[in-house]
Design a protein around this ligand. Structure first.
Ligand SMILES: [Zn+2]
Length: 440
């Protein structure tokens, strides 16, 4: 650093990682067809933390996890633990998950969605305790690692994300649709020493972490884990973190084997390395201060389903019959049908250089252009799959078209209404302004 820069404000950044691989066979999240525990570990699961701080701004903590998603109830417990260990409050913390479908069932919400034995619940309870402690530990370690750093941001592209909403004569089916929209961009936040040496990267892709399918019983971080390890293997000492974007209506293509999971990870990791090595001029500096605008948003729900609809679902059998049963259980409680579901939402504004929108749930790809239209397309980074992991967040278009992502029953609550898009985007606009983004 030159002498003249000594008094210039700069980032303090801390990084840390921790292993969160289950230590015993455990039921696996993501595919309802799997009814027995895991039989081994293909590759480790990790939680990684980064703490960001700029003089006069907010301190922010981002934790990324090789997990399916962190539900609201479990997030509460984890945020309390993290708060005790770091002094940080929930408004300062983002918990993102890679949505691997080769990881454990965990948290609290699973109890409403899965049929498990006492022994299987015991395994999950033990894993919950370990995971919560690990998230506290990794957050504290990142805080203890704070030191001067420089941030910059660029976007590349990877092509294996495929829209999975195929229009057919009998409605939208969950199958590859080469004509459908996906966000294939690869946003990368580069974290460097003041002398320019690389310390870490946060890489972002918007695609279900489902290269491994429902016949896999081995624990794996899936393509997102391979991408992180690809970068870390080529950049000694660097921490690569995977942030999941708005990939709820995208699947990797093709998919189904461990070899393909490795291949997709390599494609993504290689694109990050290419940006870092050959295209480094495209990285634009990201300065502070960090301004965090955090709130909850009330997602509007549809009215209580009619008995005829439930009958049709029961007749359909399988997944939909199970949902009908959950809805009936909710109706049988006699409590009034909820009008909304409340979930956290935030905007992180990095000086005048970058905006990170943090959305909850499984967010469909339409929310990227929708956010661009609402608050301007430049220097905009949109993350989905942040805790609260409640189910799918459809756009109005997806809601109208129907299909798997359109109506996902939020257990204990209901189906999100078509108007949810306007409510979410309205809140994004409000928070972006509050955080200081120039939205004109
Ligand atoms: Zn999903």
């Amino acid at each position: 650093m030159a002498d003249s820069d000594v008094n210039q404000p700069q980032w303090q950044v801390g990084l840390a990682a921790i292993d969160i691989t289950p230590e015993e066979p455990i039921r696996m999240g993501g595919y309802g067809s799997r009814v027995k525990p895991s039989v081994g570990v293909l590759d480790p699961l990790q939680a990684k933390a980064v703490v960001l701080e700029w003089p006069g701004g907010d301190q922010g903590l981002l934790i990324t996890t090789d997990l399916i998603g962190i539900d609201a109830g479990f997030a509460d417990t984890c945020l309390e633990t993290i708060g005790r260990q770091t002094g940080l409050s929930r408004r300062q913390i983002i918990l993102n998950s890679s949505h691997t479908h080769a990881g454990p069932i965990f948290g609290v919400r699973y109890q409403q969605c899965w049929d498990l034995t006492e022994a299987e619940i015991g395994v999950i309870t033990r894993y919950n305790a370990k995971l919560c402690e690990c998230l506290g530990t990794v957050a504290a370690a990142a805080l203890a690692d704070l030191r001067p750093a420089e941030l910059s941001w660029a976007r590349g592209s990877a092509s294996f994300a495929m829209n999975r909403r195929r229009p057919t004569s009998h409605g939208v089916q969950n199958a590859p649709n080469p004509r459908g929209y996906v966000d294939r961009s690869v946003p990368v936040l580069r974290i460097a020493e003041p002398d320019g040496r690389l310390r870490g990267v946060i890489l972002n892709y918007a695609c279900h972490n489902t290269t491994l399918g429902g016949t896999n019983f081995m624990i794996s971080s899936n393509y997102a884990g391979f991408a992180q390890r690809y970068v870390e293997a080529r950049k000694s000492g660097v921490q690569a973190m995977f942030l999941m974007g708005c990939g709820a209506d995208a699947n990797p293509y093709p998919r189904g084997t461990y070899g393909l999971a490795r291949e997709h990870g390599q494609v993504l990791g290689a694109e990050v390395c290419r940006l870092l090595e050959e295209d480094w001029q495209t990285f634009e500096p990201v300065r502070g201060p960090l301004r965090i605008a955090f709130d909850h948003v009330d997602l509007p729900l549809e009215p209580q389903p009619e008995p005829e609809e439930l009958d049709t679902m029961r007749k359909g059998g399988g997944y939909y019959a199970g949902v009908a049963e959950r809805i009936q259980k909710r109706i049988d409680t006699g409590r009034p049908w909820a009008t909304h579901y409340r979930t956290p939402i935030a905007v992180w504004q990095f000086g005048n250089d970058l905006t990170l929108v943090r959305l909850s749930g499984e967010v469909v790809s339409d929310y990227v252009p929708l956010c661009e239209q609402a608050i301007g397309p430049l220097n905009l980074w949109v993350a989905g799959y942040c805790a609260d992991y409640f189910g799918y967040l459809p756009s109005a278009r997806v809601h109208r078209e129907g299909g798997y992502e359109a109506r996902d029953f939020i257990t204990g609550f209901g189906y999100l209404a078509e108007s949810v898009e306007g409510v979410v985007i309205g809140k994004v606009r409000e928070l972006a302004r509050q955080a200081g983004r120039d939205c004109t």
